[in-house]
Ligand binder design. Structure first.
Ligand code: FES
Length: 115
């Protein structure tokens, strides 16, 4: 099945290294939780699934950045991820990064690909 673009939110809903927009995404394996953040001006979308244990990562709903606002952090055991790529930077993710979802920003709205 071809990927479709799914509207996530307005561009203004995502502030730099701020609170994420959580949403559910339809994928081949079913409906899964995901989130969008803004990092260095760009929108990044990842599945809300830690590389250590496949649990949701936010410590409060929509809060994925650590106190430094430089890394995404898993609330369960503290694994750190690069907001730009989702790569594991330390902790129990042990090299297993986040799963990125292609996203685009157009006419003040944010979209991602849904299968
Ligand atoms: S479940 Fe995320 S670090 Fe363990």
């Amino acid at each position: 099945m071809a990927a479709q673009q799914r509207l996530i939110c307005a561009s203004t809903d995502l502030s730099e290294a701020g609170r994420a927009v959580r949403f559910e995404l339809r994928r081949s394996e079913g409906v899964v939780p995901a989130f969008a953040v803004r990092w260095r001006g760009e929108v990044r979308v990842y599945l809300n699934r830690c590389g250590h244990v496949p649990v949701e990562m936010d410590w409060q709903a929509g809060e994925f950045f650590d106190h430094s606002r430089l890394y995404l952090i898993c609330a369960t055991h503290g694994a750190l991820y690069d907001p730009a790529t989702g790569a594991c930077l330390g902790g129990r993710c042990d090299g297993r990064g986040l799963i990125a979802v292609p996203a685009v920003e157009r006419d003040g709205k944010v979209y991602c690909e849904e299968s």
